[in-house]
Each structure stands twice: as structure tokens, then as C-alpha cells.
Design a protein around this ligand. Structure first.
Ligand code: AMP
Length: 425
């Protein structure tokens, strides 16, 4: 049998996981400083949740969802995080406990898109949502936090694009203006955009097809159609961003792929680098109607999601962390039992250790110790044990010495701690 991973779904191997941990830990630490708390909704939700919230004529709902019937229930692997979070918020009546909730999540999403670099069918997102605050102060804070996060991750060339979609009515008016502008130019548009003109004209603005670029550049700006309240909201957002000294670019043709957005909309784009056309690192916006539409009260909300694979592509490489584990290399039967005991004792000091149980040659065990990045290899031999000692190889200093069997764990733990202070790696 030749079974392989599903197309567009990747294995993340232990050799790559260090960068993932660094990204996830940096994200968690930063957002918790802004008082976000983690929420973990299920990966599977009722299909209707996404169809209604994301919008029936969006790419995601029309062709990208992993939906299935399970004993008569229509279920879908979540293609994004916000709808599930809002569902959980309503289901648990969170608004009765606190006026404002700040939640974050981290985990896999599923979209059946055409796989390419930076675009996969299972991919990871980290996102934040604030429910219960109409903005725009916290909108500015959220965008500023994202810029800060990129800085912490060492990603230099990013721009934060912002726009406002206004309230629901504005979108409808903009749609009309856009269709009026694009219809006479229809013949020059790409086939995809021609098809979208009737069903989802706003999505044309997202097109990467060069045939559409000129027409899009000449399209009307939604900002010109904002009503007074929406305009004031957007102007305050810009003022707060100015005050925070957050760099941003107003991008009146930014629309993004979900129907649920209202007012503030933003996207983080990487300039240059490995990402090519998949240069959106993340984005988000307000979804002031969603909680009510899901059966909850009128609770305004805003959120974003970051694509972790894309951020990893944009993140600079860091040198490997320094060696700090111990490999136990037993030679013989009673030596193996002692090696297990020494390893257990090392772990009780907080030092990572593993025992080579293969009954392999000393040479091969030392090779393995080097390959796994161990700081020390402890060679446990029956003859040495009879004398109450073990041999210790320092793989950084390339030196060897005999240490007492009784003290070896404590001594190595002390050495590793003093040469590798916590957080120093
Ligand atoms: P969205 O949920 O569509 O607003 O996307 C937010 C971010 O998730 C994007 O900016 C990407 O970084 C990432 N993303 C979206 N779709 C994919 C995908 N198919 N593969 C990898 N990353 C994705």
C-alpha cells in the first residue's frame, strides 16, 4: 500500500517545529498582554453556520468547504475561526457575564483551494476577536498589535492596509456603483471576473489577474459612499493609528473574502520575499451583525486571522538552539537498567534525557548523540559500574571524564543549567 498525505495537507515534522513554537509562543505572549484569553471551539461545525455567515456566493462556501453528511447532520470542517467563536459566544451567553470579551484561538482550518506555495488545504491560523466594543479605538489597538507582532517576529517589510466597508447599506450602494462602472468594461475583464460581475462584484477587486488590474484601479472608492457615522468611525480609526504611530495605508479597494464584514477592514501584506502573490499574512475586520444573526443580542465585534504558514515563510531563520540534552549509552544488560535510572534522575532535575536501547555499538550511539544535539553522552559499562563510575563525554568541549554513578545526574544537571541559563537558548 502506498498511502500518502492528502493533497494540500502537510506534515509538520519535528525538525520544523521549533519555528512553529517560536511563532505560536510569541503570538500567545503578546496577545495575552492585551488581555486576550484563549478559546478552543471544535474543528467541526454545522454547515449552516458558515453558509450563512461567510455568505452563499463566496468562493469558500461555493467550492472550498469540506462538508459531509454524518447520520443526517450537515457538518463542515471549519474554513475559518470567527463564525465558530461567535457561535460559542452566543451559545454560552457570554454577554451576560462580561460586557467585553477578548478571545484568541490557534489551530487548523480547511479549505479545498488549489494548493501552491503559501496556499494549502489544511493550514493554521491564529486569530483574535473582541466582542462587545463598537470601536474604533480598539480597532486601532488591534491593528497596532499586529504591526507589533510582526516586529517581534523579525518580519520587516509589512504594510497594514485599512479600509471601511460601512454598514450593510453602504455595501449594497457600493455594489451598484461598482457594477455600473464595470459593466461597460466587461469584455476586457478576465473570465472569472466576468462571472463574478453579477453574483459577487466586490470579489473582482480581489482579482490578481493582470487583465483586471487597470479596470480595478479606476473603480470607484467605497470611502466616497460612507454615511456620516461610518465616515466618522473611519476617520477616528485613522486618528488613533496616527497617535499610536502605527504605519498604515488606506486602501479603498480592499474587500476580503467574507460577506460578514462591516466598517473597519484591514490586511497585513508582506512586501517582496518568498511569498509572491500569496503576500497576505493576515487580515480581519468588524462583523457587527454576526452575533445578532446567530440569535444573540446586538453585540458589535472585530477580529483578525493570521496565516501561520505564510508568516513562517516571511520570518527570518534563527540559528539552532544550543545543546542541552543527555543521551545514555548503555553497554550490556545491567548497564541498561542503570541507564534507565540515571535518565529518570536527570529528568527529575528538569534535564531532557533518553536512553539508547538498541544494543548498538558505542560508535553508533555516539554518532546518534551528536546527531540529536545532545550536550553529553553518558556511557554506562558493566566494568565501570562495578567500580561505581560512568564515563561522560562532553560533546561541545569534545572531552571525556569519569564521574561517580551516584552523582552523575546532579553534576550534569548543574553543568547544563549553568552553561544554558533558562531562556538563553
Ligand atoms: P482569511 O481567513 O481568508 O481572512 O485569511 C487570513 C489569512 O489566512 C490569510 O491572509 C492567509 O495568510 C491565511 N490563509 C488563508 N487561506 C489560506 C490557505 N489556503 N493556505 C494558507 N494560508 C491561508
Amino acid at each position: 500500500m502506498n498511502l500518502r498525505a492528502v493533497k494540500g495537507m502537510n506534515d509538520i515534522l519535528p525538525e520544523e517545529i521549533g519555528r512553529w513554537h517560536r511563532l505560536e509562543n510569541t503570538f500567545r505572549e503578546l496577545v495575552e498582554l492585551y488581555r486576550y484569553e484563549e478559546v478552543r471551539p471544535p474543528l467541526v461545525e454545522p454547515t449552516a453556520l458558515f453558509v450563512r455567515q461567510i455568505g452563499e456566493v463566496t468562493d469558500i462556501v461555493e467550492k472550498e468547504m469540506y462538508s459531509f453528511d454524518h447520520h443526517g447532520e450537515d457538518l463542515t470542517l471549519r474554513p475559518e475561526g470567527t463564525a465558530g467563536v461567535a457561535r460559542a459566544y452566543v451559545e454560552h451567553n457570554i454577554h451576560t457575564r462580561e460586557p467585553v470579551s477578548r478571545w484568541y484561538y490557534l489551530g487548523p482550518m480547511f479549505r479545498s483551494e488549489k494548493p501552491q506555495k503559501g496556499r494549502y488545504r489544511q493550514f493554521y491560523q491564529a486569530g483574535c476577536e473582541i466582542l462587545g466594543d463598537p470601536g474604533p479605538a480598539i480597532d486601532a489597538e488591534m491593528i497596532d498589535m499586529l504591526v507589533k507582532l510582526m516586529d517581534k517576529l523579525g518580519i520587516k517589510k509589512v504594510s497594514a492596509c485599512i479600509n471601511s466597508l460601512g454598514a450593510a447599506g453602504t455595501r449594497a450602494r457600493y455594489r451598484e456603483a461598482l457594477v455600473a462602472h464595470l459593466t461597460p468594461l466587461k469584455a476586457g475583464l478576465s473570465e472569472d471576473s466576468q462571472r463574478r460581475l453579477e453574483r459577487s462584484p466586490l470579489r473582482i477587486l480581489d482579482s490578481k489577474d493582470p487583465r483586471d488590474a487597470e479596470v480595478i484601479a479606476g473603480a470607484p472608492s467605497i470611502l466616497d459612499l460612507l454615511d456620516e457615522d461610518d465616515r466618522a468611525h473611519f476617520e477616528s480609526l485613522c486618528r488613533y493609528l496616527d497617535r499610536l504611530r502605527t504605519p498604515y495605508v488606506v486602501e479603498p479597494r480592499l474587500v476580503r473574502g467574507f460577506d460578514y464584514y462591516t466598517r473597519t477592514l484591514f490586511e497585513l501584506r508582506a512586501e517582496g520575499g518568498e511569498l509572491g502573490s500569496q503576500n497576505a499574512l493576515g487580515g480581519g475586520g468588524r462583523y457587527d451583525r454576526m452575533v445578532h444573526e446567530l440569535g444573540g443580542p446586538e453585540v458589535p465585534a472585530i477580529g483578525f486571522a493570521l496565516g501561520l504558514e505564510r508568516i513562517l515563510l516571511a520570518m527570518p531563520e534563527k540559528p539552532n538552539p544550543r545543546r542541552k540534552s543527555v543521551l545514555l549509552a548503555p553497554l550490556g544488560e545491567s548497564a541498561t537498567a542503570e541507564a534507565l535510572a540515571i535518565a529518570k534522575s536527570l529528568r527529575s532535575y528538569g534535564i531532557a534525557a533518553d536512553v539508547d536501547g538498541r544494543k548498538a555499538s558505542l560508535k553508533s550511539m555516539l554518532r546518534r548523540a551528536n546527531a540529536t544535539g545532545a550536550a553529553f553522552c553518558v556511557i554506562v559499562g558493566d566494568t565501570e559500574l562495578a567500580r561505581g563510575i560512568v564515563q561522560v563525554k562532553d560533546l561541545n568541549a569534545h572531552s571525556q571524564e569519569d564521574l561517580s554513578r551516584v552523582d552523575v545526574a546532579r553534576i550534569l544537571a548543574d553543568r547544563i543549567r549553568s552553561s544554558h541559563p533558562p531562556g538563553g537558548a
